[in-house]
Design a protein around this ligand. Structure first.
Ligand SMILES: [Zn+2]
Length: 126
């Protein structure tokens, strides 16, 4: 069996295991937009060992945004509140998605957030 497959499978299992706690933390709604459609864990740091702080429970739409689909301002606005989360996957992940929107409120919101300064600088550099 390919090593990559086994690693992926183990990874999926540990994410599944963390999923219960993740659901509780999230209150069973999307941690970005509070939607309830198609909620699944999203992995902020897929190269690292799965950890609760690197996972966010996201709805289908927010997962698409997280994976690089460009969102409209209307879609991005509800995500703004996620910047206040103390969970890196939630706050930093949201900031990265929001930063593609060039409106002034986005930059301001990211600057006002409690995200680590180094990460903030990296996200805001254009
Ligand atoms: Zn969502």
């Amino acid at each position: 069996m390919a090593k990559g497959y086994q690693a992926t499978k183990e990874r999926q299992e540990s994410i599944g295991f963390l999923g219960k706690n993740l659901g509780k933390r999230a209150g069973f709604k999307c941690e970005w937009c509070e939607g309830k459609e198609d909620l699944k864990p999203w992995d902020y740091r897929p190269a690292r060992e799965p950890a609760l702080e690197n996972l966010a429970l996201l709805c289908g739409n927010c997962r698409e945004l997280a994976d690089g689909r460009k969102g409209s301002v209307e879609e991005l606005r509800p995500i703004r509140n996620a910047l206040w989360s103390d969970v890196p996957a939630v706050a930093e992940g949201a900031a990265r998605v929001l930063a593609q929107c060039k409106e002034g409120w986005v930059r301001e919101a990211i600057e006002d957030s409690f995200i680590d300064d180094g990460v903030k600088a990296e996200i805001l550099k254009r």
